[in-house]
Design a protein around this ligand. Structure first.
Ligand code: NDP
Length: 491
């Protein structure tokens, strides 16, 4: 282990308010576990409502003083690029910390949590200098014959509450913090109580990069801390990634004061394999789509629909490949299936599998916990399901996929869309005409063809139906951190 990681784990972590570490008023500490061993790896503070109040007050004061939004955009860009450089310089340390806290493979932590995050950081740093309005011609001047010059401005919304989940804590935290800061907002980040460590390190690096005190605050805590943040009257926008249930609770709170929200919620995402797809490609795609980060991916392909003509071959080959995946701790680069995030979550996943068995589904491979310490679930394939079973309707968020045959494309589309969620979908075929016919009919915010889980800062990401409101990424995400002001000047 990197000695910097060891030192960070043993630190007495506080909250990050007004540019420095502060002791929490709330005296409760939260144990943070290493999912590979089940042992406590660190402890963090649990912020109470008064701590949240201090963090929001700091963000509001920084916003009102214009110490961040008032900087020349190129200066904001420079500081955010420096922030990215520091994350890169500390990449190995951050990757190990993420693996120890979340359980994921160190390969994924290096490639996605750090590697891909750098791309997001630089993308949004660059957009700080490209925030523009429009000039507008006025059609109906009053009184007739008067002259006006009109234009729009994009202005930062104010204090942003960013609430992040535990599957990609650092990366998803940055998906929120970076566009907010690029737009000139100030931020209070609340990571999941289960995985707060990399976010704490990020806050230190942001200040080191030159983000002014108050522009980036962080409170660690539990659901009550998150609720206090959402309820705070000085928060102008909430950006949230997590469960549909919590997303709905936030939306209800937000409705009372018409608070702006972006909600990226769960998925029950289908992957459709047409009969022309090569077996090897299909199996590789299903593993990448369904088992990345032990299935703890909101975009994961958890429902596989396979053309009846290739179903038996597909199920046989997939079961063999999945049954042979190496189970082990994330710090071992050879591990292909790593522990899930917590004992609670492991038990929830096992509960889903048991429920599927009781409903008459067949566990083809996996379905239990290996006999070892830590929070492991054997990668699991479930067949003989029907779309009305709970296992096909609720997000499991673990290394579990269901596999069902379909007779024709109409049936595949109907099965794929038969869900109250709509985050992602994938289609596996080399038939161009079928691709162009099926893609528009899939009710999902992202549709991949011959790939799954491919995301990019330039590609909007978010959900249809109960998978959320709004989109992360792209220039439109930046817009969601701004107010659009029309200015009309009589000339
Ligand atoms: P939650 O939705 O409860 O957690 C997401 C974030 O919201 C965490 O930071 C959490 O804090 C915070 N939070 C919890 N309650 C509130 C509240 N009332 N107001 C504001 N913030 C709150 O997800 P869970 O951790 O309970 O996971 C449950 C399920 O959600 C998973 O099994 C999975 O299906 C789904 N999920 C989806 C994710 C996605 O990427 N879309 C990511 C994670 C989970 P804290 O953790 O401290 O309670």
């Amino acid at each position: 282990m990197d000695p910097r990681v060891q030192a960070f784990l043993t630190k007495q972590h506080g909250l990050f308010i007004d540019g420095a570490t502060r002791e929490a008023k709330g005296s409760r500490r939260i144990d943070v576990f290493d999912p590979a061993t089940g042992e406590v790896a660190a402890t963090v503070a649990c912020a109470d409502a008064s701590d949240v109040d201090r963090a929001v007050a700091s963000a509001k004061a920084a916003f009102d003083a214009g110490i961040w939004s008032g900087l020349p955009p190129v200066e904001r860009e420079r500081i955010l690029l420096k922030f990215a450089d520091l994350v890169e310089a500390h990449g190995e340390e951050l990757a190990q910390l993420e693996t120890i806290n979340q359980g994921k493979s160190i390969n994924i932590a290096r490639m996605l949590d750090v590697g891909a995050s750098l791309g997001y950081m630089r993308y949004y740093a660059g957009l700080a200098t490209k925030i523009t309005g429009q000039t507008l011609d006025v059609s109906i001047p009053l009184p007739p014959g008067a002259r006006y010059t009109a234009f729009t401005r994009r202005e930062p919304v104010g204090v942003v509450a960013a609430i992040s989940p535990w599957n990609f804590p650092m990366m998803i935290g940055l998906w929120k913090v970076m566009p907010a800061l690029a737009a000139g907002c100030t931020v209070v980040l609340k990571p999941s109580e289960v995985t707060p460590l990399t976010s704490l390190r990020l806050a230190e690096l942001a200040i080191e990069a030159g983000v002014p005190a108050g522009a980036f605050n962080l409170v660690t805590g539990d659901g009550a801390t998150g609720a206090a943040l959402v309820n705070h009257p000085d928060v102008a926008k909430v950006t949230f990634t997590g469960s549909t249930a919590t997303g709905k609770a936030i939306a209800r709170t937000a409705a009372d004061r018409l608070l702006k929200t972006s909600l990226e919620l769960g998925g029950k995402n289908p992957a459709i394999f047409l009969k022309d797809v090569a077996l090897e490609q299909a199996v590789g795609g299903a593993i990448m789509g369904g088992f990345l980060n032990s299935g703890q991916v909101c975009a994961a392909a958890s429902r596989l629909y396979v053309a009846r003509e290739i179903f038996d071959d597909f199920l046989g080959a997939l079961s063999q490949a999945v049954g042979g995946m190496a189970i082990g701790p994330g710090l071992d680069p050879a591990s292909q299936v790593t522990p899930v995030v917590s004992a609670l979550h492991r038990d929830k996943i096992i509960g889903h599998i048991e429920e599927a068995r009781r409903a008459g589904a067949r566990v083809v491979t996996g379905g239990d916990m290996p006999n070892r310490p830590g929070y492991y679930v054997r990668p699991t394939i479930i067949a003989d399901t029907t779309n009305d079973m709970v296992i096909c309707r609720q997000e499991v968020f673990g290394p579990v996929v269901t596999v069902m045959p379909f007779s024709d494309e109409e049936e595949a589309i109907r099965l794929a869309n038969d869900t109250n969620m709509g985050l992602t979908a994938s289609l596996w075929t080399n038939d161009l005409a079928k691709t162009m016919n099926i893609v528009p009919r899939l009710k999902a915010g992202t549709v991949w063809v011959n790939s799954h889980n491919m995301i990019d800062p330039n590609m909007p990401f978010g959900g249809y139906k109960e998978s959320g409101i709004g989109r992360d990424f792209g220039t439109s995400a930046l817009d969601s951190y701004t107010e659009l002001k029309s200015v009309c000047i009589a000339t």
